[in-house]
Design a protein around this ligand. Structure first.
Ligand code: ATP
Ligand code: MG
Length: 425
């Protein structure tokens, strides 16, 4: 297990050794080991220790120890620019409301601590003295790419329904199969998900849709997810679900892009889409961007220079290219649904070529400096007021001026712009 030793930063090993030297067994646990063995980038690091939070604080008195989750026995230790979550060995009492243990009691052993963890691949622990502890065969499951519950899956999902979503999310992120007993249990008890807070559902689902196996998991577990994610049932009924998944798979792994790809068919009705996303407590900035991108499907964009400039102006360059990416994903989704030689297939090939051409031209326009915003214009609102324009007309006239500069060769100077506006009045 030299791999773990090498991956651990000396400052983390140091924290572990200091706690051990005071008689407190301390282990690296959970996601860090899982991701390390999968050669995935590891993010946070969790330690489990026999020391109580106040003992961690005493032993590491020269470091900053923040009581971040003291009710669960967790403190965050700052070492240099790293933060480590250190949690006292726990055993959970009975669970209330299928979500929270009624009591959290400290435990003396790492074995007991591992037994309350969700999946075998997350129930691994390592320290220098004892090496890798793997009481549930998690390492073998990592090799087989399988998600399996620690113990009886039905019991584990009944204790904490969030584990149902964690299983789906991990399956998508890691491209792992969920073992059959675990899969049957989560399907059978999917209604327990009603006990999970919307915010937690949103977080797990957002990670799920950004996973590498997002569309497979969304497809296999559509009926589980449809209990919580608005829109799935409707897309299924209308026969649009597979296409939505195909679209999702063909955009970058970005939360807004994946959401927009999935919700594309709701783009015509901004109010409804907003309320669907609000149900999952998405923040306003995310909702606005998704609504804007899905709404942009109505916009006609041709390969004509004027049309490209108008769309760049309307959408702003960032959303313009995101819109093209969504259109491309839609074309792929439609193509996959066609049989070979289909006339629809030919049409979507033409459309794909069009999108490429539009993108090429837009990039040329941007790099040539021909694309201007109202801020680049040599004239502003005050100049318009001075020239005798009033109220709403000012905005309209400024836009008109912008397009005459970009498209009709009107020089970008105050005089020339005013003259061209007056000519048209
Ligand atoms: P990631 O860090 O990628 O989100 P993770 O599995 O590390 O994945 P954390 O939320 O960091 O997730 O949890 C750390 C560890 O705590 C897990 O690896 C698992 O052992 C345990 N754990 C987390 N949530 C639960 C839960 N709901 N039930 C049982 N054990 C859990
Ligand atoms: Mg983690």
């Amino acid at each position: 297990m030299n791999k773990v030793y090498e991956a651990l930063h000396p400052s983390i090993l140091n924290v572990m050794r200091r706690l051990e030297s005071q008689g407190f067994e301390t282990f690296v646990v959970g996601g860090f080991l899982r991701d390390l063995f999968l050669s995935r980038e590891t993010s946070d690091i969790d330690l489990a220790t026999a020391a109580r939070p106040e003992e961690v604080d005493r032993v590491l008195c020269d470091l900053t120890v923040i009581p971040t989750g003291i009710q669960h026995g967790t403190v965050t230790v700052l070492v240099g620019d790293r933060s480590i979550e250190v949690t006292t060995f726990r055993k959970d009492g009975a669970y209330a409301d299928h979500r929270h243990p009624t009591t959290v009691t400290y435990s003396e052993t790492i074995e007991e601590d591992l037994s309350r963890r969700d999946f075998t691949i997350n129930a691994l622990a390592w320290n220098e003295k004892r090496g890798l502890l793997d009481p549930y065969g998690g390492f073998a499951d990592l090799k087989r790419s399988v998600i399996r519950a620690v113990g009886d899956p039905i019991e584990r999902f009944k204790e904490d329904a969030l584990r149902i979503l964690r299983a789906l999310r991990l399956s998508s992120e890691l491209q792992f199969k969920i073992d059959s007993a675990c899969s049957d249990a989560l399907i059978k008890h999917a209604d327990l998900l009603h006990f999970v807070a919307c915010e937690r559902i949103r977080e797990e689902w957002l990670r799920l849709i950004q996973g590498s196996a997002a569309s497979q998991v969304m497809s296999q577990y559509a009926n589980v997810l449809s209990l919580m994610i608005p829109g799935i049932a409707e897309l299924q009924q209308k026969g649009l679900y597979d296409r939505s998944l195909m679209r999702l798979e063909n955009v970058v792994k970005d939360p807004v892009m994946r959401l927009a790809a999935f919700c594309y068919d709701f783009g015509e009705d901004a109010a409804r889409l907003t309320s669907m996303l609000k149900q999952l407590r998405f923040d306003n900035a995310t909702i606005d961007r998704v609504v804007r991108l899905t709404g942009a499907k109505k916009l006609t964009i041709t390969t004509d220079r004027r049309s490209i400039l108008m769309a760049l102006h309307e959408l702003q360059p960032d959303s313009f290219f995101d819109t093209l990416a969504l259109r491309r994903a839609e074309v792929i989704a439609v193509q996959r649904g066609c049989s070979q030689g289909d006339s629809k297939e030919q049409k979507s090939n033409d459309e794909a070529n069009n999108i490429d051409l539009i993108e090429q031209k837009a990039r040329q326009i941007l790099s040539s400096g021909d694309y201007l915003t109202l801020r680049d214009l040599a004239i502003n609102g005050q100049d318009m007021l001075d020239a005798g324009y009033e109220g709403k007309t000012i905005g309209q006239k400024l836009e008109e001026a912008l397009f005459s500069v970009m498209l009709e060769g009107v020089p970008n100077t105050k005089d020339a712009i005013l003259r061209s506006l007056q000519k048209e009045d």
